[in-house]
Design a protein around this ligand. Structure first.
Ligand code: ADE
Length: 417
């Protein structure tokens, strides 16, 4: 199947940017050099549905070097970096289906196209590829030995499939690795969402009220970094423990209805639907800037916003202005992931760990798939620890080892005060 990218002539720009990202991916560099030698993915056809970024390119190149035949497609219509897509096709012969700004029909067609590789393994970010496979392309299921999933939203969908006994092959939840969510979700989202908002708007955050909806790892990172830029942060939550955590981390906590009246910026990062809903729009502050950092563009009720608006116009590349009554509401990046649409996603240094987990898990699946059931698995701790060890080494950080006395103490129960 022939690739579908925007413009193959963008490849040299993509090549330079991919190389730049690789410099800050030391763990993946080491994983790449071992997998290139051992070729554990020989005879594996791999279909990957990921954000097509410079970091993803380095993962896909690693998987190809490990012996896999790779086809990839975008996991979001707005996150594709067209120069990277061109580079993958032109310089690495990786079949790629990804064009920034494609419509929903084209987006799903690209996913279907990637399956023409007849995958033995899948790599997904958000579970759209796996869902489509199980719904309408079941003929491909029988050759698949396993897969991986990158993100929280995807893992939630997979757990529902597993619980309902419809999942047809084992999938490793890469998101659940400590070296993934503690860094990628927290520091990656924290930095890249603000990067997206700032690139889109060029507005100052200091002294503004910034509402973060959801205090999972992504919300925690975002609140921490917005606070660092001088914003007054308000957190909204539905989970009592997380709300308490936000309160004790020093943030104001209140209901959405209360918080949205105060916010100059509102960013939803919950993974749920209609968090900023119809009844909220009339109460928003004039000039409020709203965005989404959850996986799907469902967190803001855009349909209702459009219906309620007397006028809408595009003001800047990633800003749409809606007139609601006498007020203006500014929506960023069509309510799609603002960090990947208006900026470049998480920095390479955190994707280094996430994608090293991905590469090592694909090797693990080849070696262990016969022992696995059609369920969702956590990343083996040995892989997680290995990623942490290599990352620390690359940062020239040394840590202590337990003495034999300490090991013995930890394994005993008799001694007390
Ligand atoms: N998800 C978040 N940031 C990303 C990036 N830079 N590349 C791929 N997937 C991502």
């Amino acid at each position: 199947m022939k690739s579908d990218v925007k413009n193959l002539l963008l490849n040299t720009k993509g090549r330079d940017r991919v190389e730049w990202a690789y410099r800050d991916m030391p763990v993946l560099q080491e994983v790449n050099s071992v997998l290139s030698r051992n070729k554990p993915l020989k005879n594996i056809n791999l279909a990957a549905c990921l954000h097509i970024t410079t970091e993803t390119a380095n993962l896909l190149i690693t998987l190809k070097n490990a012996g896999a035949k790779v086809a990839c497609c975008a996991s979001n219509p707005l996150s594709t970096q067209d120069d990277v897509a061109a580079h993958l096709v032109k310089d690495h012969g990786i079949t790629t289906f990804a064009i920034k700004g494609i419509n929903d029909r084209g987006y799903y067609k690209h996913i279907v196209n990637s399956l023409a590789i007849k995958p033995n393994m899948t790599m997904d970010d958000g579970c759209d590829l796996v869902t489509l496979l199980h719904k309408t392309r079941r003929k491909y299921l029988k050759e698949i030995i396993g897969g991986t999933e990158e993100t929280t939203t995807g893992v939630i969908r997979l757990q529902s499939m597993s619980k309902n006994q419809v999942l047809k092959y084992p999938i490793i939840a890469v998101n659940n690795a400590f070296t993934k969510h503690l860094f990628d979700n927290r520091y990656g989202t924290g930095q890249s969402v603000l990067d997206g908002i700032m690139r889109a708007t060029n507005r100052l955050l200091a002294g503004k009220t910034f509402v973060v909806c959801g205090y999972g790892w992504c919300g925690k990172g975002l609140a921490m970094r917005a606070n660092g830029l001088g914003a007054n942060v308000i957190v909204t939550e539905i989970d009592s423990t997380k709300a308490l955590e936000a309160k004790m981390d020093g943030f104001q906590v209140m209901t959405g209805s209360e918080a949205f009246k105060k916010g100059d910026f509102i960013c939803s990062v919950t993974g749920n639907i209609n968090v900023i809903d119809k009844h909220h729009f009339k109460t928003l502050k004039d000039g409020v800037i709203i965005s989404n950092a959850g996986h799907f563009n469902v967190e803001i009720n855009i349909k209702a916003l459009k219906k309620m608006s007397s006028k809408k116009r595009k003001l800047r590349t990633d800003i749409e202005e809606f007139t609601v009554g006498k007020k203006k509401v500014y929506l960023l990046s069509d309510g799609r992931l603002v960090n990947l649409s208006a900026a470049e996603g998480h920095p390479s240094s955190v994707m280094d760990m996430s994608f090293s987990n991905q590469a090592l898990c694909s090797e693990y699946i080849v070696k262990n798939h016969k022992k696995l059931k059609n369920e969702v698995y956590d990343v083996p701790l040995s892989i997680d620890n290995k990623v942490a060890r290599i990352k620390l080494k690359s940062m020239n950080v040394k840590i202590d080892k337990l003495t034999s006395e300490q090991t013995k103490y930890l394994n005993s129960w008799e001694s007390g005060t």
